[in-house]
Design a protein around this ligand. Structure first.
Ligand SMILES: Cc1cc2nc3c(=O)[nH]c(=O)nc-3n(C[C@H](O)[C@H](O)[C@H](O)COP(=O)(O)OP(=O)(O)OC[C@H]3O[C@@H](n4cnc5c(N)ncnc54)[C@H](O)[C@@H]3O)c2cc1C
Length: 407
């Protein structure tokens, strides 16, 4: 059987479903294809900080409707000390099974968008060197060809579309750190919902408050720790209970499900498109999850690709539109990429001297009285090799000022 469609999107999660929403609004004919069925989870925690994208996609209220806590603060621990501050805008931690499904439902509310779930893309259709559709297989191996004017790969970091189209990688850096995470009930909360980051022993711990009474706990560990922790997941909790205040706060904590882990996430850009095809989300750009940017970056790419599709429809040749998309994408994503690589590559255990001096300084207000006026300059100096770190602080300060001006 053969179907005719305008745009085929492989992958129906944050990247694919979001693009389908925008294209649905534009009146395009869209077929979403995913080998998974929905609602379902995927390997990912879910720190979502750029909620303006979710709002622009028209689903913020629905995402929040599951009773998620609005997180307004961030706390970073170094040993038994911490630094904490407010955020200019709130963060949400929606489960992927919820977020992806809300996006998908919105996409499917457009009569011109359809979903084929439980169906895998196994090959591309081509006319000469132009991609003209996909070959799909259902779980029983039944093959169906679907032709399209444009095939979009939103199929994650191991993208089949990228492989089949021959999209080359650049800026590549192999996976640096394994990540483990799990969901816990009954961790004693802080007074206000706060993202907590633990920078100890060169590991990165993160505590993300979700709905009241449930938190997502994560841990990026050293590569050599992966096998042992995968074999002995109780080690995860042991480490967490050793963190400041956590043995008391985790007294009644109960793990829901298993501790989930991955040996790491590869870091790269891929060529964003070519004749008849394009990539968005992790398929086009992937990086270590320590900075929690993957989903925000996927949304950003989606809005950029929609612009490229509009330009194409208004007469720009597709090859030019996709080239502009790639340039704009890389310009937007490069600072966060460099920041993430620097953060994760420079993580190490604090020396005893560093840690004890910090503890002594943290507990001494006269030190802060003296040091605060010099801190911005110090940060600028310390991050000369990653100027985007200072830039991101200035940007946040701007956001605070805007918030104050807008009341
Ligand atoms: C451990 C971990 C923690 C993370 N934590 C965060 C975080 O806190 N915040 C954040 O913003 N990001 C985080 N990320 C990154 C985030 O998960 C990704 O950036 C995001 O999932 C990218 O979305 P996507 O839609 O591009 O791809 P995916 O979510 O990977 O979806 C791809 C879809 O494509 C489908 N698919 C694949 N191949 C085929 C095929 N051949 N045929 C049909 N369907 C196919 C899959 O079934 C899947 O549903 C984390 C990642 C990991 C691994």
């Amino acid at each position: 059987m053969k179907q005719q469609t305008d745009i085929v999107i492989t992958g129906a999660r944050v990247a694919g479903a979001s693009l389908a929403i925008i294209l649905g609004e534009m009146g395009e004919k869209v077929t979403l294809i995913d080998k998974a069925s929905f609602p379902s989870d995927t390997l990912s925690t879910h720190h979502l900080s750029h909620l303006d994208y979710v709002d622009r996609l028209g689903v913020l209220k629905e995402v929040e409707a599951s009773g998620l806590r609005k997180i307004n603060r961030m706390r970073t621990y170094i040993g038994d000390s911490f630094i904490e501050g407010p955020r200019a805008s709130y963060t949400l931690i929606p489960r992927r099974s919820h977020l992806d499904h809300v996006l998908l439902r919105k996409a499917l509310s457009f009569p011109n968008v359809q979903l084929l779930e439980g169906r895998q893309v196994v090959d591309l259709l081509k006319t000469g060197d132009r991609v003209t559709g996909v070959v799909t297989a259902d779980k029983k191996g039944n093959i169906e060809n679907i032709t399209a004017d444009l095939v979009v790969g939103a199929d994650g970091r191991n993208s089949k579309i990228a492989d089949l189209a021959g999209a080359e990688k650049y800026g590549h850096h192999s996976a640096i750190r394994p990540v483990f995470y799990g969901y816990y009930h009954n961790i004693k909360p802080l007074m206000e919902p706060t993202t907590e980051i633990f920078l100890n022993e060169g590991r990165i711990g993160f505590l993300f408050p979700m709905e009241p009474g449930i938190d997502c706990l994560g841990l990026e560990v050293w590569p050599e720790e992966f096998k042992q922790m995968a074999r002995h997941p109780e080690k995860f909790e042991e480490i967490y209970r050793s963190y400041y205040g956590m043995s008391v706060r985790m007294k009644d904590a109960v793990l829901q499900g298993d501790i989930i882990g991955t040996p790491g996430v590869a870091n790269f850009f891929r060529h964003a498109g070519g004749k008849g095809w394009a990539l968005i989300g992790d398929a086009g750009h992937s990086k270590d999850p320590s900075t929690g940017l993957g989903m925000n970056d996927a949304f950003m790419q989606v809005f950029l690709l929609a612009e490229a599709i509009k330009a194409f429809e208004q007469g720009t040749p597709w090859e030019d539109a996709v080239q502009s998309f790639q340039e704009e994408r890389d310009k937007n994503l490069s600072p966060g990429y460099r920041l993430t690589l620097d953060y994760i590559q420079s993580r190490r255990s604090w020396t005893v001297e560093e840690e004890t001096l910090f503890q002594a300084m943290a507990a001494n207000p006269t030190v802060w009285n003296k040091i605060i006026p010099s801190l911005p300059g110090l940060l600028k100096e310390c991050s000369a090799d990653v100027p985007e770190l200072y830039g991101s602080v200035v940007q946040d300060a701007e956001n605070f000022r805007l918030k104050e001006e807008n009341g």
